[in-house]
Design a protein around this ligand. Structure first.
Ligand code: 3EB
Length: 343
């Protein structure tokens, strides 16, 4: 069983049918990846419309030291303690730009009015992310999503909105609603950039008229423990997609990116990163990537494999995670220092 990432305010553990949650903790939310029933029916349950690629994929349980309260607002299901707010919404509708505006408008209103104004982590599952936008504009649906999301952040936070963006993931499902879930806090986290990558919100226009609104990682504030939320990370160096169509090279590049983000010289060690979630465009790549990541699983990292589309058509894999933050050892760079810019 992988060791928990944090023992204080917010803890992530993994539940299979055989395991029971740590006694004395209280469920905040559960993210369930397989067809089985949710292990904790009383908690807010998120079921991403992404197939788990291994039969034994455990659910993720986010738990708190204090009992959580549960409620609903503006289309979001919510779960909270004094230290943390978890929310999840599913939104149907053909107009993805409008759906992104509405869901992010509601999200921002909720976190601001309820006293959790600092976003720490957001996940987005976008149905048919790579399909063309209607109207023959040469945009795809991911670009529409990016437009709605960024416009909403900008109208809420103003022209410096990029400084408030947190760690994120946006991947594609075959069908279903736009699904967004998030973790927010009353106190600020620390957003990080990757020295090997251009800030996503500064990507040049060739990747879409509106760059994606996320930071490469966010360090949770002290009250929640010391976990570093690592964004969905792909084979992108600078702003370019590397190794189009080459799964194994993309995996190596992605691991180097994650390593750079957490201050390692190369790929991260298993002890640095207790959780990896892998999104694969082609289910048939499972065996190859599992072989590469086997050392992580051996050393106690939970590695979860899901089938998803990646936002750029040439990308085959995206990996996110939760890293341990090691005081003293860290060479993490603050956003302001991450000076890799392209013209
Ligand atoms: C990338 O590096 C890969 O739009 O929220 C990763 C994480 C990616 C989050 C998002 C997109 C998003 O650009 C794609």
């Amino acid at each position: 069983m992988p060791s928990p990432v944090t023992d204080s305010g917010l803890k992530l553990e993994f539940l299979s049918d055989a395991s029971t949650p740590t006694p004395g903790r209280h469920p905040l939310a559960v993210v369930v990846h397989d067809h089985l029933g949710g292990p904790i029916t009383s908690a807010l349950t998120v079921r991403p419309r992404l197939a788990a690629l291994t039969p034994d994929t455990p659910a993720e349980l986010w738990s708190t030291a204090e009992p959580a309260q549960h409620g609903e607002a503006l289309g979001f299901r919510l779960s909270w303690t004094n230290d943390v707010l978890f929310g999840a919404a599913e939104l149907d509708g053909d107009d993805l730009e409008d759906a992104a505006c509405r869901v992010y408008g509601a999200l921002i209103e909720i976190i601001e009015t309820r006293g959790y104004p600092h976003l720490l982590r957001v996940w987005n599952v976008v149905p048919r992310i790579g399909a063309p936008a209607p109207g023959g504009s040469r945009l795809d649906r991911y670009m529409l999503f990016c437009r709605g999301r960024a416009a909403t952040f900008e109208s809420a936070y103003g022209s410096g909105f990029e400084a408030r963006l947190c760690a994120g993931t946006a991947v594609g499902s075959d069908s279903g609603p736009l699904s967004v879930w998030f973790i927010a806090s009353p106190t600020e986290g620390e957003h990080r950039e990757n020295p090997r990558q251009v800030e996503a919100y500064r990507y040049p226009k060739r990747y879409g008229p509106q760059p994606p609104a996320f930071a490469r990682a966010t360090l949770a504030p002290g009250a929640l423990g010391t976990g570093l939320f690592v964004s969905g990370t792909a084979s992108v160096v600078g702003s370019h997609s590397m190794h189009p169509g080459d799964l194994e090279a993309q995996v190596e590049e992605t691991l180097r990116n994650i390593g750079a983000l957490i201050g390692a010289d190369d790929a991260p060690d298993a002890e640095d990163i207790p959780y990896l979630r892998v999104y694969l465009r082609r289910a048939g790549d499972l065996a190859a990537i599992r072989a590469r990541l086997a050392p992580y699983a051996c050393d106690g990292t939970q590695v979860t494999y899901l089938r998803a589309d990646i936002c750029r058509p040439e990308l085959l894999v995206e990996i996110e995670g939760l890293a341990r933050h090691r005081r003293g050892r860290s060479q993490l760079r603050r956003r302001a220092d991450a000076g890799l810019h392209e013209g």
